[in-house]
Design a protein around this ligand. Structure first.
Ligand code: NDP
Length: 526
């Protein structure tokens, strides 16, 4: 039974609204209910069905049926619907912010980052996607006598498995290019944060997306994930590295493509010429956005020893000015963690660092007086290079600050990890920053910004190296995942073989001569 919580009363939501959203999940009969809690108060805000394997198969079937007509719809018409959806997200901003905040416990300005991201992604792909999907001519083996071109067919049905930390952005940011490319999407949001994906499904329908093209299935990942992966044609997964390995193994067995956006242990490098106040502001924004539950957040800061003391003072002082709390208006700086289990995991990371000799420069405590799952923004120093806090993702409001002797040591330490998602370099010389960025083994490296400048460059690919994942979202790469490239090659002279009346030795001379001319021509063109 759904209990109302104080959180509901503060928001503009009602239990009925969330209950109506839950009815959008189609099941073949009564299914067990999964309770959904708000981390703000740990009280139940609604329930969702635990879909069965048959429900997943039926959702993919409905998606597949709708997809063939959608693939025939001109891409310009598909782009109009995507653009209209972006407008609707913007129009319904307040309502969406309330749902995101209630489900995740994040503060309003951090929820806003999610809400503004979707219209921008819609506009980008509505404007640039059609050109990426247009047939393109390619160099053919014998100019004039042969030709080659590439067409891009949708893969079919794309599965999206999304996490709880950015449930709005990460349920839709990949679905948008997938739909634009002519696919259907079946999305499985995290069981802790299902309502925002359901609300977005409602808006896609209002934008004119034909029935069946965007389906939502709900349930525990380990229970519904396998059936989803076994039935879709491509899978996008965003979540933890270990789950990513399980998902990739299954996708591999099914020989379907997948992209994996996984965890990180993101380094931030503060050089000897960095402006300390700017770098400290960036560290605080980056490490504590969404209470640190951001895959791109810096968790390790390597600071040139000449700047270390001044940087540490500035970052500690800026952190101590942050306010913890919850409000459905813009107010507090840092919100709740997602759950008690996650709070315990963050606390364990900090406690084990302290047992290993780390010093808490500020923070380091849970704050039950603010709410059941709040943890203070925390800065650690004196951490050892092989401690958990340096090697494993914490995914909470905790960052370690480490002095280094020079840029070379900073790069070496930054790269001393299995992860490679996002890094940043801080310097007053941007050229130097870009040169050092090239040395850091991450899918994205930002100069003088912790993450937003890289994420918001939607035209540029984003993703991880090593244990941080496979494949890229955003940019042309982000839509090419969702199409099969098909080459159509044509000969004007029939089969490229030896005509019966010509001796093989003559053909051999002609072929080698032709190849030599081609090589010479291509060198001239270069
Ligand atoms: P999980 O990997 O536990 O969960 C992510 C999603 O996978 C959830 O929807 C979950 O469902 C589902 N899932 C769980 N087990 C399986 C399975 N066996 N098969 C298929 N799906 C499954 O990660 P978290 O939810 O804890 O998310 C945090 C992690 O995500 C962090 O490591 C973070 O770094 C990473 N992340 C990466 C991002 C990126 O872009 N690189 C962005 C955001 C987060 P359910 O929970 O409902 O059981």
């Amino acid at each position: 039974m759904t209990q109302t919580s104080g959180a509901y009363e503060q928001s503009r939501l009602t239990p009925d609204r969330l209950a109506r959203l839950a009815t959008r999940v189609e099941t073949g009969g009564d299914r067990p209910s999964i309770p959904v809690q708000t981390p703000i108060t740990d009280t139940e805000i609604g329930t969702i069905p635990a879909c069965s394997d048959d429900d997943i198969v039926a959702a993919v079937d409905r998606a597949r049926q709708a997809q063939s007509a959608w693939a025939e719809t001109p891409v310009e018409s598909r782009a109009e619907i995507i653009e209209r959806f972006g407008d609707l997200v913007d129009e319904h901003r307040d309502n969406l912010l309330d749902i995101v905040q209630l489900e995740t416990g994040k503060v309003r300005q951090h929820a806003l980052e999610e809400v503004v991201d979707i219209p921008a992604t819609c506009s980008y792909y509505a404007s640039n996607g059609p050109a990426e999907l247009t047939d393109s001519g390619r160099a053919a083996p014998i100019p004039l006598l042969t030709s080659a071109s590439v067409t891009y067919d949708p893969v079919g049905v794309v599965g999206v498995i999304s996490p709880w930390n950015y449930p709005l952005t990460l349920s839709l940011t990949d679905a948008i290019p997938a739909l634009l490319a002519g696919n259907a999407v079946v999305c499985k949001p995290d069981e802790r944060t299902p309502f925002i994906a359901l609300a977005l499904g409602e808006l896609l329908e209002e934008a004119g997306l034909p029935d069946g093209l965007f389906q939502i299935v709900t349930g525990e990942g380990a229970a519904v994930g396998p059936a989803l992966i076994d039935n879709v044609d491509y899978l996008v997964f965003t979540g933890g590295t270990e789950t990513g390995r399980t998902v990739a193994e299954r996708a591999g067995r099914n020989l379907i493509g997948c992209s994996l956006e996984l965890g990180g242990k993101n380094p931030m490098v503060v050089l000897d010429d960095a402006d300390v106040e700017t770098a400290a502001r960036g560290a605080v924004t980056g490490a504590f956005t969404n209470a640190g539950q951001l895959c791109l957040a810096p968790e390790r800061i390597y600071v040139d020893e000449d700047r270390y003391d001044a940087f540490l003072d500035a970052v500690v002082s800026a952190t101590e000015n942050l306010t913890l709390g919850h409000s459905f208006d813009y107010g507090p700086d840092i919100g709740s963690l997602i759950s008690g289990d996650h709070l315990d995991s963050v606390r364990e990371h900090v406690d084990s660092a302290v047992e290993g000799g780390a010093t808490v420069a500020t923070g380091g405590r849970a704050r039950p007086d603010v709410g059941p799952n709040f943890y203070e923004p925390t800065i650690l120093t004196d951490v050892s290079p092989d401690s958990r806090i340096i090697c494993e993702e914490t995914f909470g409001p905790v960052v370690s600050v480490v002095p280094v002797s020079d840029a070379e040591e900073a790069i070496e330490r930054a790269n001393d990890t299995e992860y490679g998602l996002n890094g940043s370099v801080w310097t007053s010389d941007r050229d130097r920053g870009r040169a050092i960025a090239r040395e850091i083994d991450c899918g994205t490296v930002c100069v003088n910004d912790p993450y937003a400048v890289g994420w918001a460059a939607i035209d540029a690919p984003m993703g991880g190296m090593g244990d941080s994942g496979l494949g890229r979202r955003h940019g042309p790469e982000g839509i090419h995942r969702f199409v099969e490239s098909k080459t159509i090659a044509t000969s004007r002279i029939g089969p490229l073989d030896t005509p019966p009346s010509v001796p093989h030795s003559v053909t051999a001379r002609a072929l080698t001569g032709l190849a030599a001319v081609q090589r010479r021509l291509s060198r001239l063109i270069r």
